[in-house]
Ligand binder design. Structure first.
Ligand code: FAD
Ligand code: DLZ
Ligand code: SF4
Length: 519
């Protein structure tokens, strides 16, 4: 690991910082500074990440190290199976300081609070300066978000999103939105029909580097959730860009219409399947959005598709990150609805008669991917209705998806999906009965439960639990203008019906077997 040339600084690049324009590199000098990258057990196991996520990161990190060497950087790279590997970022920094004697450490601010907390001890422990450079890959800086949030009792993504449209000038005509409206979400609720042409997510062949990593991960992380193979993700910038370009060519036009749809045997529908590349730095958000705008202006995709996509990236993605850094660390412990149930075992096994949940979990196990509505309205919705601990659910989402990093996953789970922050992030709980899933998918036709039934052993559990949820949380929901109508409806049920709902819900909940970790 020792370097022969005179060394000035050590530039630490993390597994989700695989961008050649990352700020730590732009402030450094390839003739004087040494890039340091390390595969460490601590990062793969602080939650037991899906095997495919670890393979993606290790292979993409190895390719990125080569890319940097090609650009003239010196790179010290520690592989997981290096006998000297210290197993954590802190341990690897200890070794690097001894080996290279740098003057300072430079790192782009990490995406997760946990890692920043660890790194903030380094100056004192290592006895040399540690410079945190802001992560400029995001459109909204932490300071800018704090300024936007100042004085607001409730945050609403819509207003933040408009500010980001103005800032980026994406789909803008002067200071007005293209087409005259900011948000075309109401055009994005078509149910998908089987038989539509479905573009598949781009699949890539494994090269020798990926094959090595697959073998390593199968050996070292055999007890982690998820299938290592078939491994089909892009692991280089070129391939990730090809995956995105293909989405723009064949999927984007229908993205708007079918964004909320779900179909058995169609895992990806018209989604981009690119969050795992974007979040580790292989893709750049603004570049992607500009490509989408170009496709719209060239008449290749309709406005509701382009606006819908851009809203997810410069709206939701930036908004949840802003909330994360504004509210951490206390945000992680939020539990407004006092939900304490342990995670049911079928979140790991898929072994449930609920066809929608089984489909989402099995796809997650195989691909480390499920699209937004599966996460929000199937697995998230079920946990909310059943009263699962938001923290237990958060650890599940963080472990099972290839795109999961706490800054994006936690606000989506705690805030958007579980309403555990009391409505800071979202204006109402995303709670829905089986009727919603039936409208947006074709799962119910093949399900053992009856989607039209509210009570009894054959009733769709989403129905029983939905009304049970409304009954349990009447005081909180009554004060929410978007939920009060449902409370009124419940209150009009006969006493007999209310008793049946309570009994059916208790009977169903009693069948749930808890399992905090993958068995
Ligand atoms: P598309 O549907 O093609 O959307 C385009 C892009 O928009 C995505 O690639 C993503 O970068 C961005 N995006 C869309 N919705 C969101 C959102 N709500 N928050 C942030 N970015 C968004 N996304 C993650 O990237 N990592 C996570 O760990 C994560 N955890 C989630 C947990 C829950 C409970 C929920 C409800 C959502 C979560 N999301 C997460 C958001 C969303 O589900 C994924 O970004 C999306 O499914 C990724 O698939 P895609 O690339 O095909 O997205
Ligand atoms: C997720 C992850 C994994 C599994 N492994 C590594 C690793 O070995 N080395 C590394 O630098 N980064 C890894 N990561 C990504 C980090 O967890 C991520 O950079 C931090 O959580 C900060 O967001
Ligand atoms: Fe899911 Fe209920 Fe439909 Fe079954 S009937 S697929 S449990 S919504």
């Amino acid at each position: 690991m020792a370097t022969s040339k005179l060394l000035r600084n050590l530039v630490l690049i993390l597994g989700d910082q695989l961008s050649p324009e990352i700020s730590s590199l732009t402030v450094s000098d390839r003739d004087l500074d040494l890039v340091c990258m390390c595969e460490v057990t601590a990062e793969a196991t602080y939650v037991k990440h899906h095997k495919k996520k670890i393979i993606l990161l290790f292979s993409a990190m190895r390719h990125f190290a080569d890319e940097l060497r090609g650009l003239g950087w010196r790179v010290a790279y520690t592989r997981l199976d290096d006998p000297q590997n210290a197993g954590s970022f802190s341990g690897e920094m200890d070794r690097a300081i001894v080996a290279h004697r740098p003057q300072r450490i430079i790192v782009t601010a990490p995406g997760e609070w946990r890692v920043l907390n660890e790194m903030q001890t380094w100056e004192e422990r290592l006895g040399l300066p540690v410079d945190f450079v802001p992560d400029t890959r995001f459109i909204c800086s932490d300071v800018e978000f704090k300024n936007w949030a100042r004085g607001r009792k409730q945050f609403r993504m819509e207003y933040f999103y408009r500010a980001m449209r103005r800032k980026t000038q994406l789909l803008m005509e002067g200071d007005q939105p293209t087409g005259g409206v900011w948000n075309l979400d109401h055009d994005n609720r078509k149910r998908a029909k089987a038989g539509l042409f479905m573009p598949q997510a781009a699949h890539f062949r494994q090269d020798a580097t990926t094959r090595d990593v697959v073998a390593l991960v199968k050996d070292r992380f055999a007890d982690h959730f998820g299938d290592a193979e078939p491994f089909w993700f892009a692991v280089t910038r070129v391939d990730a860009e090809a995956a995105f370009d293909r989405f723009v060519d064949v999927g984007l036009a229908q993205f708007g219409d079918y964004q909320d749809a779900m179909l058995t045997d169609e895992r990806f529908l018209y989604h981009s399947v690119t969050s795992m590349y974007l979040n580790c730095g292989l893709l750049d958000p603004l570049t992607m959005c500009r490509k989408v705008e170009i496709a719209y202006r060239a008449g290749r995709v309709p406005l509701n598709a382009a606006e819908g996509y851009i809203r997810q990236v410069i709206g939701w993605r930036e908004y949840v990150r802003g909330i994360y850094w504004l509210k951490m660390p206390e945000y992680a412990a939020s539990n407004e609805l006092n939900h304490t149930r342990e995670l049911p075992d079928f979140y790991w096994t898929g072994d449930t008669k609920m066809a929608c949940v089984a489909a989402a979990v099995m796809q997650t196990k195989e691909d480390a991917y499920a699209h937004h509505i599966q996460r929000l309205m199937v697995t998230g919705n079920f946990a909310l209705l059943a009263g699962v601990s938001p923290h237990a659910l958060h650890e599940w989402y963080l472990a099972v998806y290839a795109d999961a990093y706490e800054w994006v996953e936690l606000p989506n789970t705690i805030g958007m999906s579980q309403f555990a922050d009391g409505g800071l992030l979202a204006s109402k709980p995303y709670a829905a009965s089986g009727a919603y899933i039936n409208r947006m998918s074709n799962y119910c036709g093949g399900c053992a439960y009856r989607v039209k039934a509210r009570t009894g052993p054959a009733a769709c559990p989403f129905n029983t639990l939905y009304w049970h949820f409304i009954a349990r949380h009447t005081p909180q929901l009554n004060t929410n203008p978007r939920m009060a109508q449902m409370v009124r409806t419940y209150e009009k049920f006969s006493e007999e019906e209310k008793t049946l709902i309570a009994k059916s819900a208790s009977a169903f909940l009693a069948t749930l077997k808890p399992s905090a970790v993958w068995p």
